[in-house]
Design a protein around this ligand. Structure first.
Ligand code: DMJ
Length: 531
């Protein structure tokens, strides 16, 4: 399935964003950055194709340019482009690519991801810190841009942006993502729910339907996954508070409905296919019983139609007018993957088989796989979204490959763990992987290792500075590098302390692994253990 779609994209659509599987040509959709190729890159490695991964990574480095006059979705560019490049960067070692000495804390794909993300930053420059939905990659936010953004468009950045910050040492990305999350948290209703669309200038809720599907979904996903990736209890507490309200007001018979965010009254008794990620998320939290029951509800809809319609009326047990399509989305398969890992129940493999057979039968065209316009009569749309290769096929593959390294939990020596960093100080992949909402795996160990090293470098700098200025207040020495960047140039003696050949922001000290105090003593026997 993968190669039929992928080869057809390369032959007929590249360098456009997407393949049009009925007319066998290409179109730009979410930008103009060969989106399908970026989104599919890490799937190549998941399937074990190192040579094609290497070839494509180098094509992307040579051809993709973000300095373009294009209005792009801040959300989609983040999850597909930034997320895709970050994963590819983190997997580059396993793909046999030649690595820079500082990898995984530096590298060409990481620089590309940072460059793409930097183009999104102007969207966050609002009085609330909540981003606009669209930004022009060259000119920033248009003066005529609508200030109305969906909830997921505000709260789906922490995974990619914290990864960028912790790998590169530049805190800007994580800071803006956190500011947006904090602002959103403060806008929840008295009964603890958030709506669907918000005005990012006035903080007024423009669409007040609360639920777990379209417009909101990945906000909740990122609170949970952000908590795991960053070991951040505050994010987890936010999720638990929302979850209590969601369970209380929106859950009926293990379905989740839409309710008015202030009153809790039902506004739409429908299930949306995007909601099918929820059982997988619940399983990550260990909430298995509820996850299993909700999955069964959603699987019954799949069996009814051979796919998940975009909207399904729960009271009528049928599709909703104009929402009968199935654009080859991954969510139910994603949940099946998590639940199979958690339970070992073959129901989930059966769903995988059903999905595979339906997609083959209904969607396959001579030129790829087409979105289903209407599940009732199997009419097709001339579109193959990039998430089909990034997510749907990846989750299917991982569902059927229980020992894949991306599942984590392997033994040392079986390829599950990997060395990285200068002198091999980073043990990568040892803590499993967290998938962003576009199924791009992120490695918590890499974040930990790179931020540990940048913290140590900072401590070393501070210690050296304190030797030059022994009377300086301790507090002024521990400012992060970014805060100091805007300050006046330092004195001659400080700049001597920071040299030789070292940039202030991201110096590379290649010390062997040893305790911090030992490193200082190597540098001049300046401290003894009890100093
Ligand atoms: C993907 O782009 C992401 O999974 C997103 O969170 C929701 N929509 C699609 C897949 O359905």
């Amino acid at each position: 399935m993968f190669y039929h779609a992928y080869n057809s994209y390369l032959d007929n659509a590249f360098p456009y964003d997407e393949l049009r599987p009925l007319t066998c040509d290409g179109q730009d959709t979410w930008g103009s950055f060969s989106l399908t190729l970026i989104d599919a890159l890490d799937t190549l490695l998941v399937l074990g194709n190192q040579t094609e991964f290497q070839r494509v990574a180098s094509i992307l480095q040579d051809t993709v340019d973000f300095d373009i006059d294009v209005n792009a979705s801040v959300f989609e560019t983040n999850i597909r482009v930034v997320g895709g490049l970050l994963s590819a960067h983190l997997l580059a070692g396993r793909a046999g690519m030649e690595l820079e000495p500082g990898w995984p804390c530096s590298g060409p794909l990481l620089r590309m991801a940072a460059e793409a993300a930097r183009r999104l930053i102007p969207a966050f420059q609002t009085p609330t810190g909540m981003p606009y939905g669209t930004v022009n990659l060259l000119h920033g936010v248009s003066p005529t841009e609508t200030p109305v953004t969906c909830t997921a468009g505000v709260g789906t950045f922490i995974l990619e942006f914290a990864t960028l910050s912790r790998l590169t040492g530049d805190p800007t990305f994580e800071d803006v993502a956190r500011r947006a999350l904090t602002a959103l948290w403060k806008t929840r209703s008295d009964i603890g729910l958030v709506g669907n669309h918000i005005d990012v200038l006035s903080k007024k809720w423009v669409a007040q339907d609360a639920g777990i599907g379209a417009g909101v979904d990945s906000y909740f996903e990122y609170l949970v996954k952000g908590a795991i990736l960053l070991q951040d209890e505050e994010l987890l507490n936010m999720f638990h508070a929302y979850d209590a309200a969601i369970q209380n007001y929106t859950r009926f018979d293990d379905w989740y409905l839409w309710v008015q965010m202030h009153k809790g009254t039902v506004s739409m008794p429908i299930f949306q296919s995007l909601e099918a990620f929820w059982p997988g998320l619940q399983s990550l939290l260990g909430n298995l019983d509820s996850a299993v029951r909700t999955f069964q509800n959603y699987y019954s809809v799949w069996r009814q139609f051979g796919g998940l319609p975009e909207f399904y009326s729960i009271p009528q047990g049928y599709t909703v007018d104009k929402r009968e399509g199935y654009p080859l989305r991954p969510e139910l398969i994603e949940s099946a993957m998590y639940l199979f890992r958690a339970t070992g129940d073959h129901t989930y493999l059966q769903l995988g088989l059903d999905a595979l057979e339906s997609i083959e039968k209904v969607s396959r065209t001579p030129c790829g796989y087409a979105s289903v316009k209407d599940l009732r009569d199997h009419q097709l749309d001339n579109r193959m979204e990039s998430f089909f290769l990034a997510e749907t096929i990846k989750y299917l593959y991982l569902l059927f490959d229980p020992t894949h390294f991306l599942h984590g939990g392997g033994m040392e020596g079986d390829g599950s763990w990997e060395e990285g960093g200068e002198g091999g100080q980073c043990v990568l992949g040892a803590g499993g992987f967290i998938f962003n909402t576009e199924a791009h795996p992120l490695d918590p160990a890499a974040l930990y290792c790179c931020s540990r090293h940048s913290k140590e470098r900072q401590e070393l700098r501070d210690a050296l500075l304190s030797l030059s200025h022994p009377k300086k207040k301790a507090g002024s020495q521990s400012k992060p590098a970014d805060e100091r960047a805007g300050e006046p140039p330092q004195s001659q003696s400080e700049s001597i302390a920071l040299k030789p050949g070292e940039k202030k922001t991201l110096p590379t000290l290649s010390c062997p692994v040893q305790p911090f105090s030992a490193r200082l003593s190597v540098l001049g026997q300046v401290f003894s253990d009890n100093s």
